[in-house]
Design a protein around this ligand. Structure first.
Ligand code: NAD
Length: 296
């Protein structure tokens, strides 16, 4: 079993570190939040007082941080991972960040003699707790092989997507598709309501017809048809609208940098920004149906 340094044990990183400890890996965790560290300790990790201490003898270093700036700082900062990790350590960044930063940090890791993978996840806090996350992985094939035991302890579907940044690229594409689909499903239900059609009937037909999708079938934005969807608990997240907005911005940045036209991705970003500015960013992203309806 491996010695693993884990940086960022928040809503996602906490349960991921817990599953590594459950699989008998030795986990040393660091986070800026004492509460997050307390929870990680209760779940079987050893608490480290600094990044340096968490990574000092780690064979694998995993990070799960909010955004690109945090990742750059934690890896490349003066007392960061590059400066303190042992030779030959494998780095796995599971944060969802922009492709450009991800590639830059991977390049810098390579130049410093370390292997690095970008490995953003899909599956939310529920998937993190259950150990059923999907990992989208970018980086060298041999580094991917070395990371497999750790991935398997935290997830169910592990996909090697290509070279450095490829995991982030697939994640941005997936979430842009998901946001657009959710808005489409929401518009469909709002139209059906206005036409006086029972929502369950709409669901029964559309979820088996050509509109079927995860947003409709599993994560249905109206209460009733899919009993476990956030619509049944007043849109308590789940996956917050603010997180979706962050991911849409990453997708739009990538689209602009590469000259790709994504008009619906751009519109989805504008709509989620509006929803967030209404003070609803902490709700589940499927709650955007309420804004589109114009009333609760
Ligand atoms: P979170 O805010 O709960 O956790 C992030 C943790 O990082 C916090 O505990 C914070 O204290 C810590 N942190 C920040 N800067 C640090 C630093 N310099 N050193 C050490 N620790 C630091 O966020 P989260 O929900 O766990 O999300 C983490 C990442 O996972 C994000 O990139 C997010 O987009 C992605 N993600 C989240 C979900 C979800 O459903 N929450 C799903 C998929 C992907």
């Amino acid at each position: 079993m491996a010695r693993i340094g884990f940086i960022g044990v928040g809503n996602m990183g906490g349960p991921m570190a817990a599953n590594l400890a459950k699989a008998q890996h030795q986990v040393r965790a660091f986070d800026l939040s004492p509460d997050a560290l307390k929870a990680a300790e209760a779940a079987g990790a050893t608490v480290a007082p600094t990044v340096a201490d968490a990574v000092k003898d780690a064979e694998i270093v995993i990070s799960m941080l909010p955004a690109g700036g945090h990742v750059r700082g934690v890896y490349m900062g003066e007392d960061g991972i590059f400066a303190n990790a042992v030779k030959g350590a494998l780095f796995i960044d599971c944060s969802t960040i922009d492709v450009a930063t991800s590639r830059a940090v991977s390049e810098a890791a390579k130049a410093a003699g370390f292997a690095m993978l970008d490995a953003p996840v899909s599956g939310g806090t529920g998937g993190a707790a259950a150990g059923t996350l999907t990992f989208m992985v970018g980086g060298d094939a041999d580094a991917f092989e070395r990371g497999k035991a750790a991935f398997n302890a935290m997830g169910k579907t592990i996909v090697h997507c290509g070279q450095a940044g490829a995991g982030q690229a697939v994640k941005a594409c997936n979430n842009m598709m998901l946001a657009i689909t959710m808005i489409g499903v929401a518009e469909g239900f709002n139209l059906a309501d206005a036409l006086g059609i029972d929502r369950q009937i709409v669901y029964n037909v559309c979820s088996t017809a050509t509109a079927q999708s995860w947003a409709l079938n599993t994560y249905c934005p109206v209460p009733g048809p899919a009993p476990n969807s956030p619509a049944n608990r007043d849109y308590k997240a789940g996956f917050t609208a603010d997180m979706m907005l962050k991911d849409l911005r990453l997708a739009q940045d990538a689209a602009q940098q590469n000259g790709v036209s994504t008009p619906l991705g751009s519109e989805a970003q504008a709509l989620f920004a509006l929803y967030s500015n209404m003070g609803e960013g902490g709700k589940d992203f499927s709650g955007i149906i309420e804004m589109l309806r114009g009333k609760k």
